[in-house]
Design a protein around this ligand. Structure first.
Ligand SMILES: [Ca+2]
Ligand SMILES: [Ca+2]
Ligand SMILES: [Ca+2]
Length: 312
């Protein structure tokens, strides 16, 4: 009966290439909302009011629940699309875990213009296939803590995360793993007692890894960019392009540490540390490390950046 005209009409949608329509499911149990896809191309949308109120939809099936503290999404094989939207500021702790599985998947956290005033964790893995993982967050309030983990997995992934002003804590860890990956991050200013800690690692393959930071830094800004993985013994190599630009606004009184590392292979590395506020910082450290291979510094690299193992 699989793919027969009768079955197609019951499901109410067209079968593609003889496959059944994707049909996910949503369950809620003790504050945990779980969305499961199948081997088809699932479309998942989640809207989160920031206070535990969630409406989830998968392939046309919807469920609304309150007092949710964990959202788990697993979409299996197929080219899946998962969009998680914050419709309000975060006022209650929320944990979101996304496993997109094999296939070319798109995972989007849309929190533009929203402020985290409590903890918000978002961890997504793309799995095999050319995946696109994107996180956009408005700002982090003094009582907020945002942890973003984005892992591309095998194949060629595009991973990007941005955040505006940080008064609490913002931590981003993004890993491209194997394949030719493009990783990017952007962060605004950091208030006193705030921390923005951003780590990007391309893994194996010829990766492009880039970050920009711009604003007043009265707290701590930590940037660590790696062309390879974070394990120095993995010898992943690849001809990577790894660059960062930090612009420190006038009046800054905090600490800035930025490191750019190419790892093995012939890499292009660059780091610029500029702005009217540089002299007011309590401390600043900036280094580019080409690692093994013949490495080239970008022309944008400023004179206040220490160069290690950079041949050109
Ligand atoms: Ca799927
Ligand atoms: Ca995938
Ligand atoms: Ca890679």
């Amino acid at each position: 009966m699989r793919g027969s005209p009768a079955r197609r009409s019951v499901l109410g949608c067209e079968s593609l290439e003889g496959r059944d329509c994707p049909a996910g499911s949503i369950t809620v149990f003790r504050g945990i909302l779980t969305v499961n896809g199948d081997d088809g191309a699932n479309v998942v949308t989640v809207s989160d009011d920031g206070a535990g109120g969630i409406t989830a939809t998968v392939d046309g099936t919807s469920k609304t629940a309150t007092d949710i503290r964990v959202v788990r999404i697993a979409t299996g094989a197929g080219d899946d699309s998962i969009t998680y939207t914050l419709t309000g500021d975060v006022s209650k702790r929320q944990t979101v875990e996304v496993r997109a599985g094999t296939g070319a998947d798109t995972v989007t956290l849309a929190a533009d213009g929203k402020t985290a005033n409590a903890r918000f964790d978002f961890v997504a893995t793309g799995g095999a296939g050319n995946d696109k993982l994107t996180s956009t967050f408005g700002s982090v309030g003094s009582k907020g803590r945002v942890e973003i983990g984005l892992t591309g997995g095998a194949d060629n992934d595009t991973i990007g995360a941005t955040v505006g002003a940080v008064a609490g804590q913002y931590r981003l860890a993004a890993f491209g793993l194997d394949g030719t990956d493009a990783l990017s991050a952007a962060v605004g200013g950091v208030a006193a007692r705030g921390v923005a800690d951003i780590g990007l690692a391309g893994g194996g393959g010829d990766d492009t890894v880039t970050a920009t930071a711009s604003g007043e830094y009265d707290g701590r800004l930590l940037l660590g960019l790696f062309g390879d993985g974070v394990n120095p013994f993995a010898r992943e190599g690849g001809k990577d392009t790894v660059t960062a630009a930090v612009t420190v606004a006038a009046g800054s009184t905090g600490r800035v540490a930025a490191g750019v590392a190419g790892g093995a292979g012939d890499d292009t590395v660059g780091l610029s540390l500029t702005g009217d506020g540089l002299d007011g910082l309590k401390s600043k450290a900036a280094v580019i490390d080409g690692g093994r291979g013949t490495d080239t510094a970008t022309p944008e690299t400023t004179a206040n950046v220490k160069k290690v193992r950079v041949e050109k």
